[in-house]
Design a binder for this molecule. Sequence first.
Ligand code: ZN
Length: 353
Amino acid sequence: MLKTMIVGSLPRPTWLAPSGQMYLNWNVEEPKLKEAQDDAVTLVIADQEEAGLDILTDGEQRRRHYISGFTDELEGIDSSRLVKITTRGGRYGQSLVEAARVVGPVRRRGSIMRDAVRFLKTHTNKPIKVTLPGPMTTTDTLADEFYGSRAKLAAALAGQLNEEALELTEAGADIIQFDEPCFNIYLDEVEEWGIRTLEEAAKGVRAKTAVHICYGYGVPIVLNWKTKNTDWSHYHRTLPLLRTSAINMISIECAASGVDPAVVAEAKGKDVMVGVIDVGTEEVETPETVAARIRRVLPYIEPDHLYPCTDCGMIPRSRAAARGKMNALAAGAWLIRSELVKERQQGPLMGVR
Ligand code: ZN
């Protein structure tokens, strides 16, 4: 119970990529880049194992960005001549952002992450998780000039994500997680086609399937929105839909966002990754703080279904902070685990008395 993991990304070593950037260029050029990425993955595996996390990722060390790392590899996408679009419904007050264009049918040229998954699998004995962008969030990040509707583009992307997910499972992934921050924004579309396309992406996948819902990285414009927002009622629409979906696990940001922990009750029956690490600050939580955050959700979810996690990816953080936060995550879960074991042991004795 209370198995720990991070959402996905970790900061890259500065010799691999400039620190604190999410849309980055590599500091190492081909043909040395692959070797450098292998080394970076080896380091993040060691960091996670040393912290005592139960399920590992490769820290997304090989990916330029969590969405373009996938879409840049697809036929039908022009990543060279970008156009400016509004993404995320303009919620976070960001200006127009540059987007790749969809100019034809989207199609994988081959496996995108299979070798990366094999590398991770052969370098740890622990279960591993792989993250892919969700169909809705990927759609929201592209400028469509071909399909003519968001639902159609999302369905096409879901087909390609599904092929990739099936292949990654064969390569050894124990959990395939789809990142869908847009599930917190386009509630009508979630209902109309978002859940359906997510299920299409996960169809037939033998690994556990997960969906990560959040408010984005801990960067200033997002933090600004989060600290002002007081209405978290959207979970009462999305979580019941996910509860009856084919997806096995749901990841919810709970540490920094002010989300009422009681909302996880809406996900009952599913495994829930609960964010207990704030990814928007360099300040490292104490194990007691993490334990207190886990304790807040225990009334609503069985410990066997509860996976303490980070709120989101830690790519904007320093390596020292990320390491500290992973240590705190594992230590905080351990505190609660010990409490629960003690309670379970004492339970029957109390009855005898
Ligand atoms: Zn996230």
